[in-house]
Write a protein that binds this ligand. Structure first.
Ligand code: SF4
Ligand code: SF4
Length: 104
């Protein structure tokens, strides 16, 4: 049997890179965040979601919108929107965050 430690409900994973905040103590492991995230930031773990690649978050807000327990918070609308506007202005077909966007 796996020995998976309990997580306090008020524990916050604040990655310090972007506005994404994850509270694993609230997670019910429904899998929605890993399903909807376009950048693979979350993956499903044994008992709760795992914030595996926070640096890849483009702050689209889909995880927060779909999380039924409020375990994810993010200030949406600052990352990928900039990439889309820049792509539209430059005619680029590459709509991704990167060095020429928000640096992520
Ligand atoms: S805000 Fe978007 S990119 Fe960031 S973790 Fe949530 S779904 Fe993924
Ligand atoms: S959507 Fe929320 S409750 Fe569901 S796995 Fe992700 S963090 Fe946990």
């Amino acid at each position: 049997m796996l020995d998976i430690p309990m997580v306090a409900a008020d524990k916050v994973d604040d990655n310090g890179i972007n506005t994404l905040r994850y509270m694993p103590g609230r997670c019910i492991n429904c899998g929605r965040c890993s399903e909807v995230c376009p950048h693979g930031v979350f993956r499903q773990g044994e008992k709760r979601a795992v914030l595996s690649q926070p640096e890849r978050c483009m702050e689209c807000g889909a995880c927060q919108l779909n999380c039924p327990t409020g375990a994810v918070q993010v200030e949406s609308g600052v990352g990928c929107a900039a990439a889309m506007i820049k792509a539209a202005l430059t005619g680029s077909k590459e709509v991704t965050c990167g060095p020429d966007c928000c640096g992520r």
